[in-house]
Write a protein that binds this ligand. Structure first.
Ligand SMILES: [Mn+2]
Length: 338
């Protein structure tokens, strides 16, 4: 259960933020957000490599690793002065033992959530969404956390390769275990040729709401998000945001294990994440499926790094506006509202 340290490269923190130890709450007592690396790709069904995701998401940036990132659009520093962010390093996760890995990751996520800090987990393949969201629900209560899930894939499979644990199944495990409610599960960006009809029938029985790319194109992303936000905040205490980078088109995110053509642009994903972090009570986040060995010019790692920063900036701006009574539409330029 120890920190993996330098197993997958230098033991650095996300863009130079302070380090902490998730098993010792005194090391992050004033934290708003604690970053955890989950370098696990043992649940992958196709191309592997996401065990290197945390390292690359932490480091892929052309600016100094100085623990500060003032947002041009939001006029807050979600990494420095406006939010206290720590990085607890990588949780030890052996990709050859999925059951032990998800158990140990949930313990780490819960240890962060119970202090009131927001856990932000860098994957890793999507297997980790099960312990990530379950660890938050362990603190806030079963069925009290809704899910907004960006992905090309539903990830609601039952058994794959003879196992209940894998990157195509975390969402079913979360609902079956009672950690999350099926009817507070919002999926954005689904497309392609999976899952099969019996899995779609199971999803309908759970009353999951999936905004497929076809619907997003027909209605517009903003309208779909606004509708999803209404469901996510109905009789729930917080929102878990799970971002599979393959929700974006492979042209925008080539470094991933199961690329599916026809997805969102990087710009659409960043704007969506900004809205979620600003408009909703986010209680946990994960960013998954970045596979650096399959990337081109670190396009995917740079995008994932910005997904993290956009989330932190949105949370920081939400808290600042709540403190001074300001309201703002994150779809509009700030203009005089700075
Ligand atoms: Mn996916």
């Amino acid at each position: 259960m120890a920190r993996y340290g330098a197993q997958y490269g230098p033991d650095i923190t996300f863009l130079g933020v302070d380090r902490c130890d998730w098993s010792d709450p005194s090391t992050f007592a004033d934290a708003d957000v604690v970053i955890l690396g989950a370098p696990f790709d043992g649940g992958t069904s196709h191309r592997p490599g996401t065990r290197f995701g945390p390292q690359y998401i932490r480091q892929s940036c052309y600016l100094p690793h100085d623990g500060s990132r003032p947002s041009l659009a939001l006029r807050v520093d979600g990494l420095g002065t406006d939010l206290r962010v720590y990085d607890a390093g990588d949780v030890e996760m052996y990709s050859g033992d999925a059951e032990r890995s998800v158990r140990d990751l949930q313990a780490a996520v819960y240890a962060v959530a119970r202090t009131g800090a927001i856990p932000l987990i860098l994957g890793g393949d999507h297997t980790i969404a099960w312990p990530d969201a379950a660890g938050v629900a362990q603190h806030l209560g079963q069925g009290r956390v809704s899910m907004i899930h960006f992905d090309a894939h539903a990830d609601t499979g039952n058994i794959s390769f003879g196992s209940l644990v894998g990157h195509g199944q975390p969402m079913r495990r979360l609902i079956e275990s009672g950690a999350l409610r099926g009817d507070r599960f919002l999926q954005i960006g689904l497309r392609g040729y999976w899952p099969e009809p019996d899995t779609l029938a199971w999803m309908a029985e759970q009353r999951m709401r999936s905004y497929e790319m076809t619907e997003i194109v027909a209605r517009g992303l903003e309208e779909c998000l606004t509708e999803a936000f209404g469901i996510a905040t109905d009789d729930c205490d917080g929102v878990f945001l799970s971002v599979d980078i393959d929700v974006c088109d492979p042209g925008h995110a080539p470094g991933t294990g199961t690329p599916e053509p026809g997805g969102l642009t990087g710009r659409q994903l960043l704007d969506s994440v900004r809205r979620i972090a600003y408009e909703l009570p986010v209680v946990g986040v994960d960013v998954v499926e970045v596979s650096p060995p399959h990337d081109m010019a670190e396009i995917t790692s740079f995008l994932a790094n910005r997904v993290v920063l956009e989330t932190l900036s949105g949370i920081a701006r939400r808290r600042r506006d709540a403190a001074d009574g300001t309201t703002w539409d994150p779809r509009q330029p700030l203009l005089d509202n700075r």
